[in-house]
Write a protein that binds this ligand. Structure first.
Ligand SMILES: C[S@@+](CC[C@H](N)C(=O)[O-])C[C@H]1O[C@@H](n2cnc3c(N)ncnc32)[C@H](O)[C@@H]1O
Length: 262
């Protein structure tokens, strides 16, 4: 029997929001990969933290696999991939893109995967943690499904607080550039987005140090925060207007990697 999660109504809204976004998700730079340079930069980032899979069937779990962008990268690194996502509409797009690859996809909740314990070499996820209602319990769940010695790699963005160093200046420049560039009005879905953000755990911003602290509480070791995603952002920026490039450069974009001891 399936038990209902105490915050299922918020998750229903999150699922419906992404189902609505699924139609245009892959048309947006920053979501789908638009150039070989960007693909190479993502592969290098993941390979640097989780390594390539050795022959012998290493397994990766891509949580919130969306339209399959990260699942495809993990497969390219040699992993047998399982991807799960709340949204059937996102999964449908992912299935079309990943046909014929060693990628299995299903509808599920990243906070309660129902996967066997000690069964994955890697848990990877991009742009999920900021929207989790309960990351402390999610991280305990990811710890549970990893084999001893397995790694978790979390890519995300703090969209609220500017990145350390020059983030505040870049944010001002982005606002100025936006005013001068006659940008399109905000998408109609932004109100729903903001409403969801106001109710999730990281409503004040998804700070990588807080992600690292929660990973440590869940039992993870060797926690590394990597903010050097410049090669990826340079490649993505070629497909964005100046104000958007500055806006994204002002945000704290990061990967946090950690290891399950053993
Ligand atoms: C910004 S998209 C990222 C998709 C993909 N990871 C990528 O980077 O291209 C967020 C995805 O998270 C999914 N999602 C949100 N909360 C989830 C949860 N609790 N469990 C599984 N998927 C979830 C949404 O359905 C959506 O596909």
């Amino acid at each position: 029997m399936t038990t209902l999660h105490h915050n299922m109504s918020l998750k229903d809204e999150i699922r419906d929001f992404w189902s609505m976004r699924s139609e245009t998700f892959d048309t947006q730079p920053g979501h789908e990969i638009f150039s070989p340079e960007e693909r190479q930069a993502w592969l290098a980032l993941f390979a640097g933290h989780i390594g390539r899979a050795e022959a012998g069937g290493a397994k990766a779990l891509d949580l919130a696999s969306g339209t399959g962008v990260i699942s495809l990268l993990l497969a390219e690194l040699g992993y047998g991939v399982t991807g799960l996502d709340l949204s059937e509409a996102m999964l449908a797009r992912a299935r079309a893109k990943t046909a014929g690859k060693p990628i299995r996809l299903y509808a599920g909740d990243a906070e309660d995967t129902l996967e066997e314990g000690d069964s994955y070499d890697v848990v990877a996820t991009r742009h999920l943690v900021w929207t989790l209602p309960d990351p402390p319990s999610a991280f305990r769940e990811w710890f549970r499904v990893l084999k001893p010695g397995g790694r978790v790699a979390i890519v995300d963005t703090d969209m609220t607080n500017p990145r350390p160093g020059n983030g505040k200046v870049l944010r001002l420049l982005a606002r100025l550039a936006k005013r001068l560039s006659n940008p399109r009005p905000p998408a109609p879905y932004m109100a729903t987005h903001e409403n969801i953000v106001s109710r999730v755990y990281f409503s004040g911003g998804c700070r990588p140090e807080e992600v690292a602290r929660l990973l440590s509480e869940a039992g993870f070791a060797d926690i590394v925060i990597d903010r050097d995603l410049r090669a990826i952002h340079r490649a993505q920026g070629r497909f964005m207007p100046l104000y958007q490039r500055l806006e994204r450069a002002s945000q704290d974009r990061f990967l946090v990697c950690a290891r399950k001891p053993g």
